[in-house]
Design a protein around this ligand. Structure first.
Ligand code: TPW
Ligand code: MG
Length: 543
């Protein structure tokens, strides 16, 4: 077996099901090996940021790692932002980069694509990955690959492997099997921790479960839903956890906590809880910083990053999965939730008239469709389209909710469909479309058929809300219907709500193409959440 083959087998053994990539000369042997071995399918895109975003979305959808493969230098550096996003939001993306071989290094000259020194790319990626290596020693490569890939799984963060171009087809031993127990624990400590969590939750009058992104990353949604049922306790998600537990009708999913940026009743319900159990939550400014009344951390239990804290006391080495199992072992199974709870209501009843659409109309249209037919998964970009997802019935969602990078939505929608097979709805602003929208041209050759809803306000509207005086927020009004046709899909113009409803129905009826709907939205018309969010953010900044 060759180095490339043992690497690809090791990826597959750890749950990787696809690769996204763009070749280049330092990576040509690697891509040849990927193509000829047929161990994993590879989807070729147009620009490296999209490669990273697509792999990130695929990883999020399948709760398993995915691969972003690039060439050295020009390719690798182009993908730093998506990998930083994946790091921040704990998405297990495995970066494979080609690299210079021994003869390239020995000339004493700079090799092309080299930025500063030969290890500059490794150094940059060290900052945004949890483990990394250059596979330049075939005798240690199997152990190194195993270590790096297992750390990707353990921490659910990106990792980086550079494969020198002259090593790809060298013989190499197989990579050790994945580690079974990624978070070995002491039983006595785990028992003590589980007992303490339960006692606090069961003695509270108004407990609440706050579910964050690690639950999805470690594929623990079913266990968390079961815990919520057995404890008969209401659940909210964090902003980044939006979309989780969407398909379980038996739990009391109250919605998404946004502090003063969100629904006031829901925020009060969280902030007034006398016991709050944060599961897999990353504490960030937009999870808790916006809270009008600061959350009292003495009442908080927080399981994440392989530990569990209670107030200011920490139980180290407590993985989320063993903790959930220990909690479930202590609770009798039950069939139905006991208490009736007020669940959130989302806008419904789309009016197909001659009025210009608002972001809330888009949410209403999608909700109506979800009610009449089945839910569809969503990919969203940053911009008001993201905040609009909070008015859409909870469904699977990939979005850069915390790191907030633009350019995510369209490549993420492609990655979502590659990983999951289902047709996604992609929500994207006109500004974000300018960054990565062209990637849609790759959809037809892979049979991807997303429905792309462009929030076309000819504006960087989210920036305008913070700084209305700046003229740079005005963008040219592009014709996204024509762009859609030119990229090989179907385009629709939707200047009114009636046209929007028609276009959406046509797009749903035609599964043979991707569709772009150019939804004309007036400047300064925001979704409900963005309007509240901006007000909350301004207040926080002002202290
Ligand atoms: C990679 C900063 C955040 S929101 C925004 C910018 C420039 C405007 C978005 O315009 P769009 O959506 O897409 O038309 P909308 O609803 O506001 O009109 N560069 C990157 N990421 C971010 N977040 C920015 C800049 C930004
Ligand atoms: Mg815009």
């Amino acid at each position: 077996m060759t180095l490339a083959e043992v690497l690809l087998d090791a990826l597959k053994a750890r749950g990787v099901a696809e690769i996204f990539g763009i070749p280049g000369d330092f990576a040509l042997p690697l891509f040849k090996a990927i193509e000829e071995s047929q161990i994993l399918p590879c989807y070729y895109l147009s620009h490296e940021p999209a490669v990273g975003f697509a792999a990130d979305a695929a990883a999020r959808m399948r709760c398993a790692p995915s691969v972003a493969a690039v060439t050295y230098g020009a390719g690798g550096f182009n993908m730093v932002n998506p990998i930083a996003a994946a790091y921040a939001e704990k998405s297990p993306v495995i970066v494979l980069s080609g690299g210079p071989g021994d003869t390239d290094k020995q000339t004493g000259l700079l090799v092309h694509h080299q930025a500063k020194d030969l290890n500059s790319q490794l150094a940059v990626y060290r900052e945004v990955t949890c483990d990394q290596a250059i596979l330049d020693d075939l005798s240690t490569a199997p152990q190194t690959i195993a270590r790096v890939l297992d750390n990707c799984l353990r921490y659910s963060r990106p990792v980086y492997l550079e494969i020198p171009r002259d090593k790809v087809f060298q013989p190499c031993e197989a990579v050790p099997a994945p580690v079974d127990d990624l978070w070995p624990h002491q039983q006595a400590a785990l028992d003590a921790c589980a007992d303490a969590v339960l006692s606090r939750l069961q003695n509270a009058e108004q407990p609440i479960l706050v579910v964050g992104v690690e639950v999805r990353r470690f594929d623990l949604e079913a266990q968390v839903a079961e815990l919520a049922k057995r404890l008969d306790i209401p659940v909210v998600t964090t902003l980044m956890g939006r979309g989780m537990l969407a398909n379980d009708p038996d739990i009391a999913l109250l919605g998404t906590y946004l502090g003063s940026g969100g629904d006031a009743d829901l925020s009060a319900r969280v902030e007034d809880a006398d016991a709050m159990f944060l599961l897999g939550v990353i504490l960030t400014d937009n999870n808790f910083g916006l809270s009008g009344q600061r959350v009292d951390f003495r009442r908080v239990m927080h399981a994440a990053d392989g530990q569990c804290s209670m107030g200011y006391h920490i139980y180290p080495n407590i993985g989320l999965k063993p903790l959930l199992n220990a909690l479930l072992e202590r609770l009798p199974a039950c069939d139905v939730p006991k208490k009736q709870r007020q669940l959130p209501s989302y806008p419904q009843g789309f009016v197909a008239d001659d009025a210009v659409s608002t972001p809330t109309d888009v949410a209403t249209l999608i909700n109506d469709h979800f009610h009449r037919h089945e839910k569809m998964p969503l990919a969203a970009d940053m911009g008001d389209c993201f905040f609009t997802t909070l008015d859409i019935e909870s469904t699977e969602l990939v979005a850069p909710g915390f790191y907030a990078t633009m350019g995510y939505g369209i490549p993420a929608g492609l990655g979502l469909q590659a990983a999951d097979g289902r047709r996604p709805i992609i929500l994207v602003g006109d500004g974000a479309f300018q960054m990565t929208g062209w990637e849609l041209l790759n959809a037809p050759r892979y049979g991807f058929n997303p429905i792309v809803l462009v929030f076309n306000n000819a504006s960087w509207e989210m920036l305008r809300t913070f700084q209305p005086e700046s003229a740079f927020n005005d963008l040219p009004r592009l014709d996204f219907a024509a762009i859609g046709e030119s990229l090989g899909g179907k385009g629709h113009r939707a200047p009114t709500r009636a046209a929007l409803a028609n276009s959406f129905a046509e797009a749903l009826a035609d599964e043979a193409h991707f569709h772009i709907i150019d939804i004309q939205i007036e400047r300064e018309i925001l979704s409900n959440t963005l309007a509240r969010f901006v007000a909350g953010f301004k207040k926080m900044r002002e202290g």
